[in-house]
Design a protein around this ligand. Structure first.
Ligand SMILES: Cc1cc2nc3c(=O)[nH]c(=O)nc-3n(C[C@H](O)[C@H](O)[C@H](O)COP(=O)(O)OP(=O)(O)OC[C@H]3O[C@@H](n4cnc5c(N)ncnc54)[C@H](O)[C@@H]3O)c2cc1C
Length: 325
């Protein structure tokens, strides 16, 4: 058994947390499936790549080097990963379900003639086969899929799988990727706002909907996010469509899928398309003045009240608790 190959995505000089989660989940699964976890990254490896990937559960870390790998290229990266997979013959290839991962995974699947399961939120092993769970119909149902081919390519939803650090650091092996033609390369990435925490990565997301009444009241949400210290501010589509907030903050079916430890929905009704993007959050708090609002059906804690009264009190309480701890 060759085990699981995990693509380790590097962003801003560091391996992404979502990739470390994928490595840890792969390590958990190989205990039942057999084999070990190999992490592969393309281009220059961050200095601590062997340490963080080894601790997350990888037994080996391969950095694929090539003069062309200075910027991401879907077809080029897929071709390089395919070469490693052809040698290793893994049971599965895991990729974090980030924008880059969503672009890369299907291209890897085509080259490796594998089945692909996207945005997975759970895995089990039955009869020596890997089964993947993924939400469908905007999160209303969960599908369990098994690859018809011997290899499964899966993308893993960030923040859903636990990252462990029980492993030991490993050395990074650099391999030449060989001749790979790149038909498309990303020339430049323009970050909307520098140092802004992304809703898909933040452990806490404070989201606002039409109940916030206008963009001039977003300071209330930002104050709560600042009080937490590790929170990002999100928005419903109604708010984005109205031009109150940028699209990169939109949570939902046509926005981003988030799975933070804590999601606070403020003045959001809870339409199915919004739930599709946040219902896998670990703890959901909803603040809405309408006790019948659908958001309360998925909320762990519901506050029936006016956001303009509740938010300042909540912010003050979070500040007080954090200062005391
Ligand atoms: C194809 C498609 C894709 C979509 N994709 C998305 C998506 O990705 N993300 C998304 O969010 N939506 C999406 N939508 C839109 C979705 O159907 C809803 O229209 C949208 O989520 C509603 O946004 P909202 O909850 O902010 O506004 P509303 O539905 O208008 O809800 C506002 C809520 O605020 C409450 N409220 C009002 N005043 C206060 C107050 N003072 N204090 C407390 N509560 C108050 C109200 O009781 C109400 O529940 C999509 C729709 C379609 C058709």
């Amino acid at each position: 058994m060759a085990g699981i190959l995990v693509y380790a995505e590097v962003r801003n000089g560091a391996v992404r947390k979502a990739s470390l989660e994928a490595v840890s989940e792969a390590a958990r699964l190989t205990k039942e499936l057999g084999g070990s976890v190999s992490a592969v990254l393309v281009g220059a490896a961050p200095a601590n790549a062997g340490e963080v990937l080894g601790k997350a559960g990888a037994s080996e870390v391969i950095a694929l080097a090539g003069p062309k790998f200075t910027q991401y290229s879907g077809d080029g990266y897929a071709a390089a990963i395919h070469k490693v997979a052809a040698q290793m013959q893994p049971t599965a290839i895991f990729v974090a379900s980030t924008p880059q991962g969503k672009d890369l995974a299907p291209q890897v699947a085509v080259l490796t003639h594998a089945g692909v399961a996207s945005d997975c939120v759970g895995f089990t092993v039955a009869g020596g086969k890997l089964l993947a769970k993924r939400p469908v119909y905007a999160g209303k149902a969960t599908l369990t899929v098994k690859a018809a081919e011997s290899l499964l390519v899966a993308t893993l939803r960030p923040n859903v799988f636990a990252q462990t650090d029980a492993g030991a650091p490993v050395a990074v092996t650099t391999r030449e990727a060989g001749e790979v033609s790149l038909r498309a390369v990303v020339k430049e990435v323009l970050a909307a706002v520098a140092n802004k925490l992304d809703v898909t990565e933040a452990p806490v997301v404070v989201s606002g909907g039409r109940g916030m009444k206008g963009p001039e009241h977003w300071g209330l949400l930002e104050a709560l996010a600042t009080a937490f210290g590790n929170a990002a501010v999100g928005a419903s589509r109604a708010v984005v469509d109205a031009g109150w907030r940028p699209h990169d903050e939109q949570v939902g079916q046509t926005g981003k899928t988030v799975s933070p430890t804590l999601y606070i929905a403020c003045g959001i009704s809870g339409a199915i398309q919004h739930l599709a993007g946040m219902s896998s959050s670990r703890v959901i708090v909803a603040i809405n003045k309408d006790p019948e609002a659908p958001i309360f059906k998925v909320a762990d804690y519901g506050i029936v009240g006016d956001v303009f009264e509740v938010l300042p009190v909540l912010t003050e309480e979070v500040r007080r608790l954090r200062a005391a701890s």
